[in-house]
Design a protein around this ligand. Structure first.
Ligand code: F3S
Length: 284
């Protein structure tokens, strides 16, 4: 039996950068310096737990006002502008680990909304990255997550639209949504802000799933990019499993299985991928 592990599995550039940033801060910190991440640094419980063991606290939503002293690290998918303002107003240190690709979206929507365009964010309403992007718009952005929502959009045709995307959104679905706005006669300025890391990971996962008998997708339960990876693989390979760690894997492989594919979402650390891979190689 052959095992293929996707080259693009695991931490993307932005997540690696954010996690490294937290460890750098841990090393720099002395004595009673307190380090907080604004929300969990990534959607991975193991990583968050390990950081907590190093004294890094996860700041829950709405709790920023209670912090008197310390460093606040902004995670890779970014936050609203008002959070930076609040950190500054409270005289706290801000370390910004927002992925540069997300930062680019903030800049685009800030500029385009200031010029009077209606911002359309193609993404999952309520996802922290989307909330962050909304928080850089000068006017109220509209979040569109489905083709139906795009079809039902009723905004004025007089106003030019600027369409951006959550970085982890699926490319073909984004294109479909954009096409709907154009067909409806809107003047659309499309800024494709889907991150290459996601696209590459999705394309590679699909290619492996097409030839695999069994596919394993490793990712956090709350990670949207991992869930999407699972959907893509599942549509190509009936026997696709979604797991968080090796403990969730209860595989029984029939002899007829020739190829097992493994991929992982952007917030899955390498050691977990390694563990799963060597388990499958050892046991089947
Ligand atoms: Fe950044 Fe892309 Fe990762 S936007 S956080 S490199 S998925």
């Amino acid at each position: 039996m052959e095992v293929i592990v996707a080259k693009s599995a695991g931490f993307c550039f932005g997540v690696k950068r954010a996690v490294d940033t937290v460890y750098e801060q841990v090393e720099k910190a002395s004595g009673d310096d307190k380090i907080y991440t604004y929300g969990p640094i990534i959607h991975n419980e193991q990583v968050v737990e390990e950081l907590q063991n190093h004294g890094v606290e996860v700041l829950e939503e709405g709790k920023l006002g209670e912090v008197k002293k310390g460093t606040i690290i902004i995670r890779s998918h970014g936050v609203e502008k008002k959070i930076y303002d609040q950190i500054e107003a409270q005289n706290l240190t801000c370390v910004d680990a927002t992925c540069p690709f997300v930062k680019r979206i903030h800049k685009v929507v800030e500029k385009e909304s200031a010029e009077g365009k209606q911002i359309i964010i193609v993404g999952n309403d309520g996802h922290p990255e989307v909330v962050g992007i909304e928080g850089w718009c000068h006017n109220k952005a509209v979040v569109i997550g489905t083709v139906e929502e795009a079809e039902n959009y009723q905004g004025s045709k007089e106003t030019e639209l600027c369409v951006v995307s959550q970085t982890t959104f699926r490319m073909n679905k984004f294109q479909e949504i954009v096409d709907i706005f154009a067909t409806k006669g809107y003047n659309v300025n499309v800024v494709n802000t889907i991150c290459n890391a996601t696209e590459e990971r999705q394309t590679e996962a699909k290619a492996i799933a097409q030839k695999a008998d069994v596919m394993i997708v490793i990712g956090g339960a709350h990670s949207s990019n991992s869930r999407k990876l699972y959907e893509i693989c599942k549509s190509e390979c009936e026997q696709t499993y979604f797991i968080q760690t090796l403990d969730d894997l209860h595989l029984e492989l029939p002899k007829s299985v020739r190829l097992v594919g493994i991929t992982a979402g952007a917030s899955t650390p390498n050691n977990i991928i390694e563990e799963v891979q060597s388990y499958v190689r050892r046991n089947f």
